[in-house]
Design a protein around this ligand. Structure first.
Ligand code: SAM
Length: 371
């Protein structure tokens, strides 16, 4: 029998083991709360502020704000220069509105953190295997839906959709294809077929058109008029309303779904590109979308899949994002996995172009041609 002291030591150890994860979960939660209530913005950039004044600024009770701020002192997220006063640290400044970290927090909290809590329930209902359909996901359960596509859930909730969009926008710049993929081969067919006006580049799931703007800025020989932004109708409406810059105004913006027969204006394009789309979908949907492209492809059409791939090195950030994607029935894949899916849709891998930059944001361009 363990002595009382031994039992106590064991319990202390157990608390210690669980303390780290619980602390991180609390930090995630209350950081998101302070983002929502603009608590981070209410603290002056330089100098400090009384906790009571901070509570007033964010319309919170002083008692609660004091508890949360005390927690942030322990987390070393906020500094406590004098009793009852609070100041920013380097870490907390990144949570101010419109900073990329803040948007990623909102997106990750809404769509991943909340979903993680539903993963055990999901497995209990559907069995211990990866979600096979976007209709039945831990993300769905987290948002109160038993049977609804993950994207529809995100788009239907204004706050969640804004968090998702802004997170995408804030990190979109790092996926520039400049120096990674050479669009030079388009010069010839574009010149030869000037009359036909077939689309040069269709960005499927192109959202705000960041990828197309990057392509046109770096390849002025591709006429913006022959670029097509294709995404769900609500997303296209949002882009038209909020994000139209000079280049996008010249492009064609077409609403629809990659799972429905693709509309006439986007048939026969030189390139169909899927940037950061397929990671969000299970295998069967990737094949469905590629088959739809195959049906309208020309013999010289190329398909670009631009994604962060599953790394053989099992880097922590790479692998953790794979289990994040699991919550929405998505997954990270390597080139061989994509190749297999593309082959069953009538394409073969023609090249892989890598962007290797750091431990987590490496992405590849997989180029496929029709078989
Ligand atoms: C992670 S975002 C990537 C956006 C953009 N390609 C980028 O790299 O910034 C995935 C995009 O796929 C779009 N999408 C989801 N389901 C779709 C469907 N069935 N048809 C077309 N686009 C879809 C979403 O609306 C969203 O814009």
């Amino acid at each position: 029998m363990a002595t009382k002291a031994e039992a106590r030591a064991r319990i202390q150890e157990a608390y210690h083991d669980i303390g780290g994860p619980v602390f991180s979960a609390a930090e995630f939660t209350f950081t998101k709360v302070f983002i929502d209530y603009k608590g981070w913005d209410a603290i002056p950039d330089e100098g400090d502020i009384a906790i009571s004044e901070l509570a007033e600024k964010i319309a919170g009770s002083q008692e609660l704000v004091d508890r949360i701020v005390t927690f942030f002192f322990a987390a070393k997220t906020l500094a406590n220069p004098a009793p009852g006063r609070v100041a920013h640290t380097e870490k907390s400044r990144a949570y101010k509105s419109d900073q990329p970290t803040a948007w990623l927090y909102v997106h990750m909290f809404n769509n991943v953190f909340r979903s993680f809590a539903q993963v055990p329930t999901f497995f209990a209902k559907h069995g211990l295997s990866s979600p096979e359909s976007v209709n039945f996901t831990p993300l769905g359960l987290a948002h109160g839906y038993e049977d609804k596509p993950a994207y529809e859930i995100i788009v239907a909730d204004k706050a969640v959709h804004k968090g998702f969009n802004e997170a995408l926008r804030s990190i979109g710049g790092m996926y520039s294809l400049r120096g990674v993929y050479d669009f030079g081969w388009l010069r010839e067919p574009l010149a030869a077929e000037n009359e036909s006006q077939r689309p040069a580049l269709v960005d499927v799931g192109g959202s705000h058109g960041l990828a197309l703007c990057d392509a046109v800025r770096n390849n002025r020989f591709i006429p913006a008029e022959r670029m097509v932004l294709f995404d769900l109708p609500q997303v296209i409406e949002n882009t038209k309303k909020n994000h139209l810059n000079e280049d996008l105004q010249k492009m064609q913006l077409v609403g629809g779904s990659m799972f429905e027969p693709l509309p006439e204006p986007i048939h026969g394009a030189l390139i169909y590109q899927f940037r950061r789309v397929f990671n969000d979908f299970p295998d069967q949907d990737v094949v469905r979308a590629l088959r739809n492209v195959r049906k309208v492809a020309a013999p010289d059409t190329r398909v670009l899949v631009i994604e962060e791939l599953l790394s053989e090195k099992r880097l922590p950030m790479n692998v953790v994002l794979d289990v994040c994607l699991l919550c929405a029935a998505g997954r990270r894949r390597n080139a061989a996995m994509y190749s297999k899916l593309a082959e069953s849709a009538g394409f073969r891998l023609n090249g892989e172009f890598q962007h290797v930059n750091s431990q987590f944001d490496d992405f590849s361009v997989l180029e496929f041609v029709v078989t």
